[in-house]
Design a protein around this ligand. Sequence first.
Ligand SMILES: [Zn+2]
Length: 77
Amino acid sequence: MRCFICEQPATDVPETQGGRLVNCSDCGWYKISGTALHLMQVHVRVFNVPRSRDWLDLQRTNGIAQPLIQGDTNLWD
Ligand SMILES: [Zn+2]
């Protein structure tokens, strides 16, 4: 698959309720909820890559190794 954030080749594992656990070489490990994926598909939304990576870094600094991107997270362009 391709990373939902930066579209580089990445691996993913299905999570509960339609979400995914993604491992991207550039964005690292993160989770994305089924709701966020649905929003991406229905509203053709794309992530702001620098802001998303900054947010992921901040979550990891706070001790969350696999931050969860939810539908209401303000990381869209
Ligand atoms: Zn990525």
